[in-house]
Design a binder for this molecule. Sequence first.
Ligand code: UDX
Length: 461
Amino acid sequence: MAVIADHCPQIQVTVVDLNEERISAWNNEDLTKLPVYEPGLDAVVARARNRNLRFSTDVNDAISSADMIFISVNTPTKTKGLGSGQASDLRWVEACARQVAKYAKGHTIVVEKSTLPVRTAETVQAILQAAEQPPLDGIVPRSFVVLSNPEFLAEGTAIQDLEAPDRVLIGGEDTNAIESLAKIYGVWVPPEKILRTNLWSSELSKLIANAFLAQRISSINSVAALCEVTGADVREVSKAIGADSRIGTKFLNSGPGFGGSCFKKDILNLVYLSRHFGLPEVADYWQHVVTVNTWQQNRIARLVVKNLFGNITGKKIALFGFAFKANTNDTREAPAIRIANDLLEEGAQLAIYDPKVDPKQISIDLQLPASSNPEKTSIPTNTSLTGEGTWWPANSINEATKGSDAILILTEWEHFEDLNWKEIAPHMRQPAWVFDSRGVVNPSEVRSAGLRLWRVGDGAT
Ligand code: UDX
């Protein structure tokens, strides 16, 4: 919405949320305090805020005065009831539709921005239609059109993705409404990139785009394991296959598995829908993309244990990176969560270093408070051999690595690529290991510092 406001100063954009704390953070004078860390977002907000971009908790008022409303609420996986663990929880979408139905005035275009299961627009439409009022004397007329306009931006590159999208997708049946929305994007997006489809194709395309991207990651991660036992190198294989223009070079980086708020949720949703529509083979096919992802995370934790002589109780392991990918402070579904939990289960003492993630968030994700008295400098003593896994947030690379038996790289933060291994190695307990699940380090530098190295998909080590 900030990018729309930035490009279209003639359009008044109001972002509303019931959460007062969040809205006041969006209104904070200090742009470093915005609730989302996203490169370039602060500059966009600075330009448009208080001009034609407002953040408010007055939801009903904003609904009444809007010509177009974007429903952008979360649609997490259901945790109980029918479809639990797979289907999307649509309670917030439905609540929004009902609130719009109650407070809208005149003709309103309602745009589904949230990622939704196919045919959700039917529900939204039914709720809105029940509230339509013909233009009769004495009553305020009310009519609605529903469009689907899924968002394809990725975190960390959100502004870039919005400024120059591969495509904008608008699904709907009402040509006037579609063209009104297309006109907004048309201010900065080339016309050939604005695709128009029916409602159901648009809703489904969003799920399928994410499923295809995630499938590439599970595919390359399965190949990484094969490389490790055959002497091949997954980076060379990625390059070789990616050179085929039919395959393409992107999304072929092997790693600790995909994380983030979308991939797993959307695939599980697809699995649920496929089963619901009587297509169990289709459901099983997509389910396996998630299964391989979990396997990859467990596999990495297992091989850390195996290489540290089958025992990590009381051993210090430095975890480099906790966010689900670089350039974000988001930890939703981060591979680090499962891997850290597996290591804690084995009694490890984890020093977790991430330049952007708040330690409070790590406690929540691991469901374990940080240790109040961690051994920050010395070699582990017998006091840490109780079997209890603990963790603490390290403020720097040096702090994290002192006295550690291993370093495990889980997020590809840029500065992990050129660490000074000769400086780090002497402070570790020998024989010390580097486990590089992102393939970002320079192998010869690590080895020449006297450290043992495991790299994802590297059969030569
Ligand atoms: C994704 C989609 O890319 C985006 O189009 C959609 O709108 C939302 O979901 P996002 O979750 O922000 O975006 O991140 P993305 O860059 O796609 O990465 C997802 C995960 O896959 C991360 O954990 C990342 O580290 C991992 N990944 C990505 C790999 O392991 N290898 C790759 O080659 C690419």
